[in-house]
Design a protein around this ligand. Structure first.
Ligand code: PLP
Length: 386
């Protein structure tokens, strides 16, 4: 039998999956592992999708996605200062995930390098490797709110560098990249003629009055930026699998061609549901943000009250990234023992790169009660083991 492809053999199962697998058959667990909102998709989206199915509007859609959805997205993007032509500069994809994969597929030749933060969201590295690319990670630090230090990005650039990935707000750290850093990164991208992939799927989850800035709006960036967003997090539509890329016409048109050979098009009723979701009354998002903000404070204050744990207040997304280095345990030992002794599921920081060692990721998109019970159990675990 001939072997599998080298790119596939270079992939490793994610640390998140490893933790999930360990929970099978366990009872009375409290999970901070799953990165998805715990509320339901908007009713108007569900109704629109049901109506689509009931009326038999169930055929393939254009490869680029329904034009009315692209038009509506273009309208919402203008609120962030982004002007995109819905016919030529937007493609609807199977979640943000397919957008990310296709961008790697279309831009990377074998051995091309992609700069990511460390800690990183593992899929950037996996996807780059799947198409023969090489992820190059640049450590980011707690003291900088886990945003890139532009000087370190500069140092990581080689003649093979093709793209920088920015994820703000970030998974797994909750870090936000502020405008001055984005401006520096934009200068670097222009100077070295690099593409920038900006993953903005958590842009609706920003706290303390922060506003979202997209690097796509900065001078010289529109022609080299691929902006990825999705309905998964903002509208709690993770299972619907609707996302999109906004970018230069030459790249979007290639993505449309690739889409035909990958999945042809996104589920038709999910696209109509997404159109309806975009009608959100702003109050709805405000209420959701208030709820997440309260949970953010609850979990961070709770973690900070535990000996040997310190946790910065994350500026965005819905992840806390506490520092457990004073516990004397590796993040994996901490997470595995915590699960075995107390049934609490957290992800070891080392699952997100070497710089994640000494940290844990806890998703706080869960009830106040779970947060309080989970923190209590973590405290009991720390008292017993450190
Ligand atoms: N980007 C980041 C940073 C994520 O955390 C996720 C999902 O967890 C995605 C993109 C992709 O989400 P989806 O494919 O559901 O849109």
């Amino acid at each position: 039998m001939k072997g599998l492809s080298n790119s596939i053999l270079s992939l490793e199962p994610s640390g998140i999956r490893k933790m999930f697998n360990m929970t099978y058959g366990m009872k009375d667990t409290i999970s901070f592992a799953i990165g998805e909102p715990d509320f339901s998709a908007p009713e108007r989206a569900t109704m629109a999708a049901n109506k689509c199915n009931d009326s038999g509007f169930t055929k393939y859609t254009p490869n680029a996605g329904f034009l009315p959805l692209r038009e509506k997205i273009a309208g919402r993007l203008r609120e962030y200062g982004i002007n995109a032509n819905p016919e030529r500069e937007i493609i609807i994809t199977v979640g943000g995930m397919e957008s990310l994969y296709m961008i790697m597929l279309i831009l990377l030749n074998p051995h091309d390098e992609v700069i990511v933060t460390d800690p990183y969201w593992c899929n950037y590295c996996q996807q780059a490797r799947m198409v023969g690319g090489v992820p190059v990670s640049v450590p980011v630090y707690e003291k900088d709110g886990f945003a890139f230090t532009p000087e370190n990005v500069r140092k990581a650039i080689t003649d093979k560098t093709k793209m920088i990935v920015i994820n703000s707000p970030a998974n797994p750290t909750g870090g936000v990249t502020d405008l001055p850093v984005l401006e520096e990164l934009a200068k670097i991208a222009v100077e070295h003629d690099l593409y920038v992939l900006t993953d903005e799927v958590y842009k609706s989850f920003l706290y303390d009055g922060r506003t979202h800035h997209s690097i796509a709006t900065l001078p010289g960036m529109k022609e080299r930026t691929l902006l990825v967003d999705s309905f998964s997090k903002t509208y709690a539509m993770t299972g619907w699998r609707v996302g999109y890329t906004v970018g230069p016409q030459e790249i979007i048109s290639q993505m449309v061609i690739a889409q035909e050979g990958i999945c042809s098009s996104v589920n038709s009723s999910a696209q109509l549901g997404a159109i309806a979701a975009l009608d959100d009354p702003p109050r709805e998002m405000e209420e959701c943000l208030e709820l997440f903000d309260r949970r953010r404070r609850l979990i961070v204050d709770g973690l900070n009250s535990i000996r040997n744990i310190s946790c910065q207040m994350p500026a965005g997304a819905f992840y806390a990234f506490p520092n457990i280095s004073l516990s004397g345990m590796s993040s994996e030992d901490f997470a595995v023992s915590l699960l075995k002794q107390e049934g609490v599921v957290v992800i070891p920081g080392s699952a997100f790169g070497a710089a994640g060692e000494g940290f844990l990721r806890l998703c706080y998109a869960t009830s106040d009660e779970n947060i309080m019970r989970g923190v209590e159990r973590i405290e009991r675990f720390v008292k017993k083991n450190t």
